[in-house]
Write a protein that binds this ligand. Structure first.
Ligand code: SF4
Length: 488
C-alpha cells in the first residue's frame, strides 16, 4: 500500500487551487501597485527595490498580502522593500538617479540612440552606495566561519559550530520570494556577488563531512535549497548516503521558506513528487530529514496549500521545525507569535527558534529592543500548552554564537540584569553557562550590552580573541577536546 493511501484517512487536506509559477521582479512593481494598491506612492517603492532585492510570485501577491491593509499589512512589509528602510536622503539619491535615467532614456528614444548604459550605471552606482552602508556579512561569516583545508578556504561552506555545517549549493542561491529583512540579502545583490557563498562541488561536501567526524548535521541553505530540482538536490546528497565515511552524519536539514512562499513546490509542481520521494529515500538510508521552515506570520499557515504541503512532507517521515526573527511592524506582538506557534503545532510542526533581527541590512527599520523581544517571547509562551513551547530564544546569531535572552532579573541592592545563555557557541564549553548583562531598555544587540557588576568583558571574550586570531581553521574545525574554557 502506498504511503499516501495509508494515511489518507488521516488527511486534513482541504482542496486547493493550483497556480502557475511566475516570477515578478522589480520591473513589475509599478503594475502590481497600480492594480492592487493605487493609493501608494509607486516611485518610492520602485526606488526601495533598486536598493534591496525584490522578487515575488502570484501566490504571495494573491493569497498572502491583504492589499486593503497596505502599506501596513505584515505580508506586504515582508515582501516589498519599504521606502522607510533607508533614510529620506538615501531614498532621494536613488529617486534622483531614477529621474535622470528616465529623462536620458526619453532623449535617447527621441534621438533614436541605442545605448543607455550611462544613466543605468549611475542608478546602479547610487543604489550600491546606499547598500554599502548595510553591513553585508555580519557576525564574522566571511572571516571566521569559512573552513580551511591546507590553508585554503572552502567555498560554499560555513562551519562555525563543531557539530553543524552549512552548505550553500550554487543552484539554491535565490528564493521563491525575497524577504525585506533578509540577513542573506548580499547573496542576491551586487554587494555580495563578489563574495557570495556558493559551491557546485558535491565531492567537496562529501569529503569535508568524512574528514570531520564530529559533524552531526548538515544544513542546506541559501537562498533557499528548495528552488533546486530533485536532480540537483540528489547530486549533492546521494554521495553522503550509504557511505561508510559519512555514517556519522545524523541529520540533513533544509533551510527553506518555500512552504510559506510557494507550497506548490510540494503539491503539484513537476518536481513535487520526486522531492517527497527523495525525502523518503534519505530517511530509509538512515538519516533524519528536518525541514527548517521559515514562517514569519500566521497568515502564511492559513491557506489550504501550505497545510496540504506540510501534511505531505510529514507523510515522508521528515520533521518540520519552524523559525523566524521577531520583526518590528511584521510580527512584533505576543498575539501573533502565540497564534503562529499554536497553528504550527496543530499542523504537526515543532517551533524551534525565535531570532532577533540581525545586525545587517535595514536593521534600524526592523529591529526591536532585546527587552521587548523577550517580553513578546515570554508572553506568547505563557499562553500556550507545553507542546507549543519548544521555540528557543529570543536568540541573537552573534559573532561568538547564538546568545539567548533567558530572562530579566531584579537583584535587590544591585539592579536589573539580562540573563543570557549560549544556545550554540564557537567553543562548545560556553553552552549552558548563564551570564548577566546590565539591563537596557533600548539595546538591540549583544555589542550594546555591558557585562554585569562592573566586569570589563563577558566571560567568553578573551578566549574568543584567541579563536579569532586562529586563521588556519574555522571555529567548527578546532579541537575542542582540549583544556576547558577559562583554564590557563
Ligand atoms: S527566504 Fe530566507 S534567504 Fe530567502 S529572502 Fe527570505 S530570509 Fe532571505
Amino acid at each position: 500500500m502506498k504511503l499516501e493511501q495509508l494515511f489518507s484517512n488521516f488527511s486534513r487536506a482541504r482542496p486547493f487551487e493550483t497556480m502557475k509559477w511566475e516570477l515578478f521582479s522589480k520591473c513589475a512593481i509599478k503594475e502590481i501597485l497600480k492594480t492592487h494598491a493605487p493609493h501608494l506612492n509607486t516611485r518610492a517603492y520602485m526606488a526601495a527595490a533598486e536598493i534591496f532585492p525584490f522578487r515575488v510570485n502570484p501566490y504571495v501577491v494573491e493569497k498572502l498580502i491583504d492589499w486593503s491593509n497596505t502599506p501596513n499589512d505584515p505580508m506586504f512589509k515582508l515582501t516589498f522593500p519599504q521606502p522607510e528602510m533607508v533614510t529620506p536622503g538615501q531614498l532621494s539619491s536613488v529617486l534622483e538617479a531614477m529621474d535622470r535615467k528616465e529623462r536620458k532614456e526619453a532623449l535617447q528614444k527621441a534621438a533614436a540612440e541605442h545605448s543607455n548604459r550611462g544613466p543605468r550605471n549611475a542608478l546602479v552606482a547610487a543604489a550600491e552606495k546606499v547598500r554599502g552602508n548595510f553591513n553585508p556579512h555580519p557576525a564574522g561569516q566571511k572571516t571566521q566561519n569559512v573552513p580551511k583545508v591546507d590553508g585554503h578556504p572552502l567555498e560554499g561552506i560555513q562551519h562555525k559550530y563543531r557539530e553543524t555545517m552549512l552548505f550553500f549549493p550554487a543552484e539554491g542561491q535565490f528564493c521563491h520570494t525575497w524577504c525585506t529583512y533578509c540577513f542573506r540579502w548580499p547573496q542576491f545583490t551586487s554587494v555580495g556577488s563578489a563574495q557570495q557563498f556558493k559551491s557546485k562541488n558535491p565531492e567537496r561536501l562529501r569529503d569535508y563531512i568524512a574528514a570531520h567526524p564530529n559533524l552531526q548535521d548538515v544544513l542546506f541553505t541559501g537562498g533557499d535549497p528548495m528552488v533546486m530540482t530533485t536532480e540537483q538536490i540528489r547530486r549533492y546528497i546521494d554521495p553522503i548516503l550509504h557511505n561508510a565515511g559519512t555514517d556519522h552524519l545524523n541529520t540533513i536539514r533544509f533551510g527553506t521558506k518555500s512552504l510559506a512562499y510557494w507550497p506548490y513546490r510540494f503539491l503539484d509542481d513537476k518536481d513535487a513528487k520526486p522531492t517527497l520521494k527523495y525525502f523518503e529515500d534519505i530517511i530509509k538510508s538512515g538519516k533524519h530529514v528536518s525541514i527548517q521552515a521559515h514562517f514569519t506570520h500566521p497568515r502564511e499557515l492559513e491557506t489550504a496549500e501550505v497545510q496540504e504541503a506540510m501534511r505531505l512532507i510529514h507523510m515522508t517521515g521528515a520533521n518540520i521545525r519552524t523559525q523566524s526573527p521577531v520583526i518590528r511592524g511584521i510580527n512584533d506582538s505576543a498575539d501573533v507569535w502565540a497564534k503562529m506557534w499554536k497553528m504550527q503545532v496543530n499542523l504537526g510542526a515543532t517551533p524551534y527558534y525565535m531570532f532577533i533581527e540581525r545586525d545587517t541590512g535595514a536593521k534600524d527599520y526592523f529591529s526591536l529592543p532585546l527587552a521587548r523581544a523577550h517580553e513578546i517571547y515570554t508572553t506568547a509562551k505563557s499562553r500556550l500548552a507545553g507542546t507549543a513551547r519548544h521555540a528557543r530564544g529570543p536568540s541573537m546569531s552573534a559573532e561568538p554564537g547564538k546568545i539567548a535572552i533567558n530572562g530579566v532579573i531584579d537583584i535587590p541592592d544591585k539592579g536589573k540584569y539580562f540573563i543570557l545563555e549560549f544556545l550554540q557557541a564557537r567553543n562548545p564549553a560556553w553552552i549552558g553557562k548563564p551570564f548577566l548583562a546590565e539591563f537596557s531598555p533600548t539595546a538591540t544587540w549583544i555589542n550594546e550590552l555591558t557585562p554585569a557588576f562592573g566586569a570589563e568583558r563577558f566571560f567568553y571574550e578573551d578566549e574568543f580573541d584567541t579563536i579569532k586570531a586562529n586563521d588556519a581553521q574555522s571555529s567548527g574545525q578546532m579541537n575542542w577536546d582540549g583544556p576547558p574554557c577559562g583554564s590557563k
